[in-house]
Design a binder for this molecule. Structure first.
Ligand SMILES: Nc1ncnc2c1ncn2[C@@H]1O[C@H](COP(=O)(O)OP(=O)(O)OP(=O)(O)O)[C@@H](O)[C@H]1O
Length: 310
């Protein structure tokens, strides 16, 4: 059963010029993409800077005006949803990105930062609220002392885990992780993966990673969609992409982010096998590749590639 289905999504921005700001063209930031995320699924959308990753993330949480297409959750198109349905959706789909900290003072205490959504959405006593924050800190493998620290005192990995803890206050079904993990060291990246897999087992959590690091995507996600200038050019399981990358864009990105250190291959293999097993529930079909007018070639039951325009 799909958790979220995106159909023929297009997001175009107007280009305006002249003293009357007339529209003279448009930027096709996202130009007809389709994808499905199932419960306990993990999808990475991988693309170069400017490919459109953040635009997709923002559109999924209603921060971007959609030109056309559908975002279907629980059988309903969320682009036309009423406020009541939107509230459920807003809790279920949480976006975390580093930009979050642009809107918060770094002097804020971790306790207050994690608790703020609880204060807006739940009516908890001070004791219950503190207990919930401590519980979430332990889920993200941070000690209870962290609650009394300010955000400024945390390192990148701790900040990333605090962001995840805050998103978890709303018991989301899908976490959208924009950038963030890319800049962490290999140890911290694996720690985040372990935390997400724990949540996946306990709460059926799914995640969508938006990243320019294909090796990281292969490590963290069961399915990968390669995004180039707002369109998907290749889609498959992480094994398909790692071992049989077919589109020139994917091959170039693999070359730019070479697979991890050979001494860690066995461990990576273990992670990937687990992810792919969990991912068998997801049906990848021809329709999951971009609806843009690119001829498609099916390489296997899970692997699709767009044949570039001549
Ligand atoms: N508000 C906007 N108005 C006009 N163009 C925009 C706007 N927001 C994004 N764009 C354009 O849309 C395209 C996709 O941008 P987006 O930020 O989604 O890319 P990205 O893949 O997330 O890049 P990065 O990895 O550098 O963050 C870019 O060409 C960008 O300039």
């Amino acid at each position: 059963m799909p958790l979220l289905r995106v159909e023929d999504l297009k997001i175009h921005y107007p280009i305006k010029s002249g003293i009357f700001s007339r529209q003279t063209g448009r930027i096709r930031a996202i130009d007809g993409i389709n994808f499905t995320i199932c419960a306990r699924g993990s999808l990475a959308i991988v693309g170069k800077s400017g490919a459109g990753k953040s635009t997709i993330g923002r559109a999924l949480v209603g921060l971007e005006q959609v030109t056309s297409g559908q975002i279907i959750y629980a059988g309903r198109n969320m682009i036309q949803a009423t406020n009541r349905r939107l509230t459920d959706y807003e809790k279920a789909i949480q976006l975390i990105s580093k930009d979050e900290f642009n809107f918060v003072g770094r002097h804020m205490l971790v306790l207050d930062y994690i608790a703020s959504p609880l204060r807006n959405f739940c009516n908890l006593s001070v004791t219950a609220e503190k207990a919930r924050v401590m519980e979430l800190l332990s889920v993200v493998e941070l000690s209870s002392d962290t609650a009394a620290k300010s955000l400024a005192q945390l390192n990148e990995s701790e900040l990333c885990r605090v962001l995840i803890a805050r998103a978890l206050t709303r018991a989301p079904k899908l976490l959208i992780i924009d950038g963030l993990i890319t800049s962490l060291d290999a140890f911290a990246q694996r720690q985040i993966l372990r935390i997400l897999q724990g949540m996946q087992r306990e709460t059926q959590l799914s995640w969508l990673m938006l990243t320019n690091d294909l090796s990281l995507a292969i490590l963290m996600c069961g399915q990968i969609a390669m995004l180039d200038a707002g369109r998907f050019v290749e889609l498959g399981t992480s094994g398909d992409i790692r071992n049989h990358a077919s589109h020139i864009y994917t091959r170039r990105m693999l070359a730019a982010n070479p697979p991890a250190d050979p001494t860690q291959r066995e461990q990576l293999k273990k992670y990937r096998c687990a992810l792919e097993r969990e991912f068998t529930a997801t049906q990848v079909t021809r329709a999951h590749l971009s609806a843009a007018n690119l001829p498609l070639q099916q390489l296997s039951s899970t692997h699709f590639v767009a044949i570039p325009d001549k």
